[in-house]
Design a protein around this ligand. Structure first.
Ligand SMILES: [Zn+2]
Length: 372
């Protein structure tokens, strides 16, 4: 396999196929972690991808098109925030100049760190940032408890849950808590209390899939005998259905405005990431391969983001989840059973093999799937 990198520091390992011009099959995950993360989040997907490609190469015949293993740069965002830099740069969602400007806690910029990395590997060829992709596959530990609870080895990921976050600021007026007449007060904390009750009552009860939280509240001046003049708070809203998510997001602004008087309120949208659905044909292939190999499967929605979310915007993409013990991740004792890792890699290998050789007998079929 031929190694290469790009301007974002993504690492690619290419197994040449018969048609070098056809958009390659891309398969992988990330190798970075959290400061106290375990050894499976990300790395299991890259190692499984490598194993799947080794197994493909051992069949003897060259695949119809290139097969590329990828390790995306900075998925976690633990040193340089926010994460997903490699896949967002690759898919054109984030500008390289903005990515290079981000700094770590010591003041080192992504640009400086990338330049240093490229200098450390002077012989590593540098390809273009972003290229047409035939299909993308990613294996990952679930990072949740559902597969383990259902005794399923393979999770066929349906999509990634959408998320909106807001920063809300309520403005009232400061006053003496002992002298200012009650009816003349513009108490920002009282307005916040009405908003929190209304939001939890309406948004928090939309349906069983809604996830709503007010996670942080700051009160000004936060003194025992002063009527609060200002409250700012954060909202984290998630739902798998974009129509529900959008409607709930719109209601948040309306409810805050209804509850504000005699105070005023400003609702600022910070994150607006819609839910995505992974490619139905690839999901069927994963289910079919799992069934043939005798693994129990279930459809599962990813509650957290992965690089595959971004790849799904440029090509057919899908994810395979495997269980992790107690659903625990981002801790040093994170654990996936070897038999589960092997099962996931084996399913990944079969789906990859079907894609790699189906294209050789179906001519242009793969390029029509890719939509590129
Ligand atoms: Zn991960």
């Amino acid at each position: 396999m031929t190694p290469s990198t790009d301007a974002a520091g993504n690492l690619f390992l290419t197994l040449a196929g018969r048609d070098r011009a056809a958009p390659p099959l891309l398969i992988g995950s990330h190798l970075d972690s959290q400061p106290t993360g375990g050894k499976f989040d990300g790395a299991a997907g890259v190692m499984a991808a490598l194993e799947a490609v080794v197994s493909l190469a051992e069949q003897g015949d060259a695949p119809a098109r290139d097969v590329v293993v990828v390790a995306w740069m900075n998925e976690e965002g633990s040193r340089f925030a926010p994460g997903m830099m490699g896949s967002e740069a690759f898919t054109g969602e984030r500008d390289m100049a903005a990515i290079r400007a981000a700094r770590d806690a010591d003041g080192v910029s992504v640009g400086e760190a990338l330049d240093r990395m490229h200098q450390a590997f002077p012989d590593l060829p540098r390809g273009p940032l972003g290229f047409a992709v035939g299909s993308y596959l990613e294996l990952h530990i679930e990072q949740g408890p559902l597969l383990e609870a259902a005794a399923c080895t393979i999770g066929v990921v349906t999509g990634i849950q959408g998320k909106k976050t807001f920063q809300v600021v309520v403005e009232g007026a400061e006053g003496h808590a002992g002298t200012l007449a009650q009816q003349e007060r513009r108490d920002a904390l009282a307005a916040f209390a009405r908003m929190a009750a209304a939001l939890h009552g309406e948004i928090g009860t939309i349906d069983a899939d809604i996830k709503f939280a007010i996670g942080r509240v700051a009160v000004v001046p936060n003194a025992p005998s002063v009527v609060p003049s200002r409250v700012s708070f954060s909202i984290d809203l998630r739902h798998p259905d974009n129509a529900v998510l959008d409607a709930a997001g719109a209601r948040i602004t309306a409810l805050c405005r209804e509850c504000a008087p005699p105070c005023t309120v400003m609702v600022n949208s910070l994150v607006d990431a819609p839910s995505n659905a992974f490619d139905p044909r690839l999901r069927t292939s994963i289910s079919e391969a799992s069934r043939q190999q005798g693994h129990a499967t279930m459809a599962i929605l990813s509650a957290v983001g992965h690089d595959a979310r971004h790849l799904a915007k440029i090509c057919p993409a899908a994810m395979i989840f495997i269980p992790c013990r107690d659903g625990v991740s981002h801790v040093e004792h994170e654990w996936a059973e070897p038999s589960h890792v092997a099962a996931g890699a084996s399913v990944l290998a079969q789906v990859l093999r079907d894609l790699a050789f189906a294209a050789s007998t179906c001519g242009d079929d793969m390029s029509s799937i890719s939509g590129l």
